[in-house]
Ligand binder design. Structure first.
Ligand SMILES: [Zn+2]
Length: 399
């Protein structure tokens, strides 16, 4: 088929891979000071002089990423509010300046926090309530009914703090919420987050992290689930330099005939820029729609194969780096090119040599700051419903 399309595709393609589950490892703890816990996808560290007092710390990023940041903290005091000052000093990347004014006053970009375990699939399920009761978002669950109480029946958010995660109208619940208070101190290039923690261990981040660990759990569920009329295949693309697996999710109509001259393929990719978390959630939303028994999903799947790559830059995502590989797709005869690039090239070349075409490619990004138009995810912007609706409508009507 069209090799021009293939190579155009490879320039924008992202990828991903999977390691085994990574369990949190505590750093050395002294006294009862606030600590950062090492974790997949998180990038905050407390520098040597970062502990101002028992209720005030300054953090910075372990690697320059210019926008996204997230950390898992332990030993947080619970008696009164704690201030986390996030300095963006030295966090500029070769393409983007790190500047807190990019967040200042932008709707929908208040930092979020959670007490739930970020290594667990269930931490990313949310619940909505209608006149019949609570319903889980988990597409893999056979029974999504979650009770009729004030709170949904769930195991991820500890009972003693669960009411904090209920929306104001009482009809939405997730493991994530916005922090109590935040301000961007543009004169100092510092982001200041003030929150009263109810439990001593919590995640705080600019956005909800879509980690490699979570992606792995999601794909494991996909592999063992059945959806009426839909065939789900998991393709192994390769192994990253840090030994994580790169995989694609292929969705077909189960009655699809690849020899049909009208057969087309759409490729959807997220995380070419490894820290742009919302792009993976958006991709997952498209994928979930195709797996539904909705008539419009059946129409979209007719004669069309969809290939999804939820995290293109797997090692970058795991280590919370911004951009490891984008430029590599455009360089020739350079021995320093990362092996993932060749793995992607082999995968798509084999797909086309198998008699298929690639007819459209979408690479989702999300700046997570106001440096350019943003894509909002309903999952994490429930408090800005109009922005979510308007931006998604603008995007999909133009797409
Ligand atoms: Zn990007």
């Amino acid at each position: 088929m069209n090799r021009g399309y293939l190579f155009a595709t490879l320039f924008v393609i992202c990828f991903f891979s999977f390691p085994r589950f990574v369990h949190a490892q505590r750093t050395e703890t002294q006294d009862n000071e606030i600590q950062v816990v090492k974790q997949d996808g998180m990038n905050l560290i407390i520098p040597e002089d970062g502990r101002i007092d028992s209720h005030h710390i300054v953090v910075t990023q372990s690697t320059p990423t210019h926008n996204y940041w997230c950390g898992l903290f332990s030993n947080l005091p619970t008696d009164t509010a704690t201030v986390i000052g996030f300095s963006l000093a030295d966090s500029s990347t070769h393409r983007q300046a790190a500047n807190v004014s990019k967040w200042d006053g932008h709707p929908g970009l208040v930092p979020v926090m959670s007490y739930s375990d970020p290594t667990k699939y269930e931490t990313y399920i949310w619940y909505s309530k209608n006149d019949k009761g609570w319903w889980s978002s988990d597409i893999f669950s056979k029974d999504r009914f979650a009770g009729t109480g004030t709170l949904p029946e769930q195991q991820s958010v500890p009972r003693e703090v669960a009411t904090q995660f209920l929306s104001q109208d009482g009809k939405y619940f997730s493991c994530w919420r916005e922090v109590d208070d935040e301000e961007s101190v543009t004169t100092l290039n510092i982001f200041r987050i003030k929150h009263r923690y109810k439990l001593p261990t919590a995640i705080v981040g600019m956005r909800i992290p879509y980690t490699y660990t979570y992606e792995q759990a999601y794909i494991d569920k996909l592999r063992t689930s059945k959806f009426p009329g839909v065939k789900v295949s998991i393709d192994d693309i390769g192994i990253t330099p840090e030994k994580r697996e790169m995989r694609a999710i292929r969705i077909d109509n189960s009655a699809l005939n690849n020899d049909n001259p009208e057969h087309k393929t759409v490729v959807v990719i997220a995380r070419e820029h490894a820290n742009e978390q919302d792009s993976s959630f958006t991709l997952q939303g498209v994928l979930s729609s195709l797996l539904s028994s909705d008539a419009s999903a059946a129409r979209v799947l007719k004669n069309t194969t969809w290939i999804f790559i939820p995290i293109e830059d797997v090692d970058g995502a795991f280590n919370s780096r911004f951009d490891d590989i984008t430029d590599c797709f455009a360089r020739a005869n350079d021995p320093s090119i990362s092996s993932e690039v060749f793995a992607y090239a082999r995968y798509f070349a084999a797909y086309i040599n198998g008699g298929n075409t690639i007819d459209a490619v979408v690479s989702f990004h999300c700046t997570e700051a106001k440096e350019s138009p943003n894509m909002f995810s309903p999952f994490i912007d429930r408090q800005h419903k109009e922005d979510v609706k308007n931006i998604n409508q603008a995007f999909f009507f133009c797409a």
